[in-house]
Ligand binder design. Structure first.
Ligand code: DGJ
Length: 730
């Protein structure tokens, strides 16, 4: 619910458990007065104390009042160069050369429904309500529109920003954040999700220090290194209790999430497109739209925040037809064959897979152009007839006859110098005049900011997709962007290329969705280098990491689960010793770790023993049986992986609390291990549950307070799945 009290200038956004308040003050400055647990309807600006602060300037119109300063008051969208020295949300370069921006409130609009953003990913849904606040910088002749939508039941508030040049001269936008959040306290922890290729999204938590702490990406993709999802929380907050805020940016390119603890121990979080090499020219009448950001505040700890994000992503970001639709169990040939395969080899793997109940065969890298290793072929999206003599027209029906659907891998944004495409169009690759471009994985990046480049690639993809019944595409991206310069833009507008590149990626993904509505898209960027809410709008699942080791995966999937739901995480069982770290884990453990995601296999099944195959058959069946729980149940983190304890555990609980699937993986073994119990969460305290169909009835309350006794594990990296079912349910 959105309330506007005109006389007091108050805007209050109410969700089920939280409230968010802004106030237009006597100088038309839009203050941020509250965000936190639900409050009665009242003006909270009284909580803001004013006093004369040395070296904090006072706006001219405040006259002799030295207690009024933008530098200390909480701002809804912070400005720059006019007296607030904390993190700015916007920076303009005006025709005069000035970089200032001073925004004052000038109007509002309220609408039912959710706003949409053209060309950009955004949450959607009928149940939302929207508020648009108009701010103006009269001197700069610039208008800023702040969009807010409220999804009440989800405690979700989405935000977007539009900047308009309403003057007659060109204005340049050098920074345009999607979100600014001022909180009145500085004693908060900042939680970020960091890592590297093969080890993405590992949770790091640290108390805020004075000054600015930030994470971000200037790699052109949201990156393996940092994720555009961050949290602020009470020092004492944890999984099941305490106040926390989660902030997510729906964007797949350069971003920055910066938190600043100010001199007076308040906190400002600013999140949006990274200002590095960002500069957008706004012609008179021109508009720029910043990507969407979304906030969830949970007064009840991290778990509740995550479940709200999961529901929001499931129901309001993942689009039809894959919203709520069961995803096929797949087999991918990458780790089985790498580039070295023939049509017969692929069919051999597929035959084994079909016999085990696997539903989709995915042909990974190496099927196109002249591609026998990673040094050539990218950009030539036509079948390599040496490897696949009859083309897809012959291969796909062979796979289909096994009862499996068929998918392919592509990497549309890239080009190899050794390719027909590059020989024909060397100027289509991003490169700076006079400099030899850096290679990444031996390849260059296509200038996806250009429509002609995108059209050409799309034309090739269409020909492939129309040549056979292809139901799935894995869209990969295997290097970071550098040498970012576009031959299609003048010097003054090169600061637009990074963002135009991302818009180009979204444009092509949207065309694919439009022309092939049934196609299941899986995002990928050397594993999880572009795992963000922006991609999820187009690709309902994303390959979570190139690291397929079950144990490393536990912490990657754990970190990822703070914002993103399990079914968004592509997760596969691969061979042992694992090809990324050499670890040997039982097949049972690999299955249980991967099953908590968009499940699949990535190994040569013809090399598996009959026991392993029997186990795989059981896993596929079990995943299919429990699919609705895994993909629409509530996710509870029961025990964190890694240093925190001897095992990792998590649960998927049905919304009616009648069923729960609990998974647990142990670490290294040891003699004389203590007795351990696993405390469950999310059950009905008054309910009684059977475990794995057994006779004994266990009290839900007791399972949550005292826990379920765990067998003593024998051997390293054991795994266990427990299925709890309420006694009186079917
Ligand atoms: C990186 C991906 O993450 C892998 O799964 C695989 O598709 C390779 N690229 C292929 O080059």
């Amino acid at each position: 619910m959105i309330l506007h009290d005109e006389p007091s200038g108050l805007f209050t956004l109410h969700t089920r458990a939280t409230a968010y308040q802004m106030k237009v003050d006597e100088h038309r400055v839009l203050l941020h007065t509250y965000y936190g647990p639900k409050i009665p309807d009242q003006d909270l600006s009284g909580l803001l104390l004013r006093t004369d602060r040395g070296f904090s300037p006072n706006p001219y119109e405040a006259g002799a009042d030295r207690t009024y300063s933008l530098d200390v008051m909480p701002q809804e969208y912070s400005t720059c160069g006019v007296g607030d020295f904390r993190l700015p949300s916007i920076e303009l370069e005006l025709p005069s050369g000035s970089h200032t921006c001073d925004l004052r409130y000038c109007g509002c609009e309220m609408r039912p429904g959710k706003y949409a953003l053209e060309g950009l990913p955004a949450f959607f849904g009928g149940g939302a309500e929207t508020l648009i606040l108009r701010l103006e910088d009269a001197a700069a002749q610039v208008e800023v529109l702040l969009y807010f939508s409220v999804f009440e039941e989800l405690d979700l508030i989405t935000r977007a920003v539009e900047v308009r040049n309403v003057g007659e001269r060109e204005v340049r936008l050098c920074r345009c954040a999607s979100l600014c959040l001022d909180l009145p306290r500085g004693d908060l922890d900042f939680i970020t999700f960091n890592g590297r290729h093969l080890m993405e999204r590992r949770l790091e938590r640290a108390p805020l220090r004075s000054g600015v702490q930030s994470v971000g990406s200037t790699r052109g993709a949201s990156s393996h290194q940092h994720n555009p999802f961050v949290m602020l929380c009470d020092r004492s907050a944890g999984e099941d209790a305490g106040l926390c805020y989660g902030a997510m940016l729906l964007y797949s390119g350069n971003f920055e999430a910066a938190a600043e603890r100010s001199q007076f121990e308040t906190t400002r979080l600013v999140m949006g497109i990274h200002p590095y090499h960002f500069c957008w020219t706004l012609a008179p009448g021109g508009t720029f739209t910043a990507p969407e950001a979304a906030l969830v505040c949970s007064p009840d700890g991290f778990g509740q925040m995550s479940r709200q994000f999961h529901r929001a992503i499931r129901d309001h970001l993942i689009r039809d037809p894959y919203r709520g639709r069961r995803r096929p169990v797949l087999i991918n040939n990458w780790e089985a064959t790498y580039f070295d395969f023939t049509a017969n080899k692929l069919c051999e793997i597929a035959e084994e897979a079909a016999a085990l109940g696997i539903e989709l065969f995915v042909m990974d890298d190496g099927w196109f152009g002249r591609r026998d290793d990673d040094s050539s072929g990218l950009g030539d999206w036509f079948v390599n007839r040496e490897k696949l003599p009859g083309g897809l027209e012959a291969l796909v029906p062979r796979i289909n006859r096994l009862g499996m659907s068929f998918g392919i891998w592509v990497e549309p944004e890239m080009v190899s110098e050794d390719s027909q495409l590059y020989r024909d169009h060397p100027d289509w690759a991003l490169q700076v005049p006079g400099r030899a471009p850096a290679r990444g994985r031996g390849q260059l990046v296509l200038d996806f900011s250009r429509q002609d480049v995108r059209d050409h690639i799309y034309g090739q993809l269409r020909t492939v997709l129309s040549s056979a019944p292809i139901t799935y595409v894995k869209w990969d991206m295997n290097r970071s962007l550098c040498d970012v310069w576009s031959a299609a833009l003048p010097a003054r507008r090169q600061g637009e290329v990074y963002h135009r590149f991302v818009l180009g990626v979204y444009d092509l993904l949207e065309r694919l969705r439009r022309d092939y509505p049934e196609l299941l898209l899986e995002g990928c960027c050397g594993g999880g280098g572009r795992f963000d809410g922006g991609m999820l709008y187009y690709t309902p699942q994303i390959w979570c990491s190139d690291n397929s080791d079950a144990i490393d995966r536990l912490s990657i999937q754990y970190g990822t689960s703070f914002c993103y739901p399990p079914e968004a995480m592509g997760a596969h069982v691969s061979a042992v010793p694992n090809q990324q770290n050499g670890r040997v884990t039982p097949i049972q453990t690999r299955g249980i770790a991967a099953m908590s995601g968009a499940f699949g296999y990535e190994l040569d099944l013809s090399k598996c023993t009959s026991e392993e195959k029997a186990c795989i058959r059981r896993q596929v069946r079990s995943y299919q049986e429990h699919y609705d729980l895994i993909h629409s149940g509530d996710y509870y983190r029961l025990a964190a992986p890694g240093e925190a304890g001897p095992f990792a555990a998590w649960a998927h609980v049905s919304p009616d609390r009648e069923r729960a699937l609990v998974s647990l993986v142990t670490g290294g073994t040891g003699a004389a291990q203590p007795f351990r119990r696993l405390r469950l969460k999310g059950l009905d305290p008054a309910g009684r549950y059977r475990v794995n169909g057994g006779e004994t009835l266990w009290s839900g309350g007791l399972l949550m307070s005292e826990g379920y006794p765990l067998p003593v594990p024998e051997g390293d990296y054991q795994a266990l799945q427990l299925y709890f079912q309420a006694a009186d349910s079917q």
